[in-house]
Write a protein that binds this ligand. Sequence first.
Ligand code: S5P
Length: 452
Amino acid sequence: MESKKEFFLECYKLGIIKFGRFTLKSGIESPFYVDLRPLASDPKILKKLANYLLEMLPLDNFDIICGVPYAALPMATAMSLESYIPLIIKRKEAKSYGTKKLIEGIFAKGQNCLLVEDVITSGKSILETIEEVENEGIIVSDIVVVLDRQQGGREKLEAKGYKVHSLFKISEVVKILREMHYIDEDEVARIRDFVNGNQVVFEEKKRLSYEEKLEIAEHSFAKKILEIAIEKRSNLIASADFVTTKELLAFADIAGPHIVALKTHVDILNDFDEDETILPLKNLAQKHNFLLMEDRKFADIGNTQALQFSYGTFEISNWADLVTSHVIGGSKSLDCFVNVGVVAILGMSSQGALTDSHYREEALKVIENHPNVIGCVAQNEISDQLLLFTPGVHLGKKGDDKGQQYHAPEHVIRNYGTDFIIVGRGIYKSDDPELEALRYKTEGWKAYLSCL
Ligand code: S5P
């Protein structure tokens, strides 16, 4: 079998732990959120999980297995299937009719039952289940949990004489995720504080208003986009990923009044033509007062980027106000982008992107103080000096089948301090793109105002 660490990372990719700021049922704010239910949706992982849990246990001791409802039910079932130890089911509420039994299945008084739980925090729900199982005359000696949040639950159960086996502890998990650069030092410190029972201080950093950002902005295009935002009361950039000029122009005209910039991928157009595509697009940009942002995502040495920027079919330098660029080629590779605002790609929205916190920290060093850079594309907070552009925004969907991951405008603006949301299919694939552009504009602006 793979190592426990590899197995954990496989589980982690299913989104079982999220970091940020979460309000728990109790009203307490937590720097992380755990939900192991996705594990049951991947049969291979569930089977492996069952075997990892079984491996830790003195199996001969148990006559029956019982999961704490609901999250641990599929886990207990899988363990039963792998070990041939019979399963009993504990109901959450007794049936109001029929047998009114709380424990279902075949069992006998005096049998020893292994209890299975997904996460142990305070131990409260496990203790409730133990009580109900013991009321049936069943003996409980051992509890196996997938993740121990290390918040006193284990100690509470052990003080009552139960043995607690856990596959992962939050401290181990945090160590692995830090080693992998999935989380940064601040997050590690906040989790440590939280687990130790200290109240976690989430910096109540007041975000700067667009007016305040305008005061500190130096680049002419940074100023321009902020001025448009203030004037139009919009922080929306529409991504116009069309393959024909006709569709692109029609969309630019209807979305135009609501956006600060139109983001293009001109290399996907079947019929790109400077006169037919760019001239009318520039007219529309002028008519509706928005910037043109070419999402070229340059990723080469300076000399090649200079050629790609000014030559070839698209001659981007002739018309784009903003361009996106990776910074993998180092700071000097960005020197060629003159008379345009560079939006550096720091973090990508897609699943499994390699832009982990280590990459982002190094990338920030590349762009810091680069005069051509006005901001970054990222999925996390950055400094006030840079404008933050966040794609992967959708009001209805969580993602697509090609790895894109979405959040709502409110989420990114509140949690990352996003200055400009980038929305593609949420608008142009909707039934009424004009109405939807207005809806995203309104939502984005409302979220911004609520964070001031
Ligand atoms: O990390 C990123 C960076 C970018 S620029 N994730 C992204 O999705 N994008 C771009 O934003 C992507 O190329 C596409 O043009 C747009 C998102 O489109 P949507 O249809 O998924 O909203």
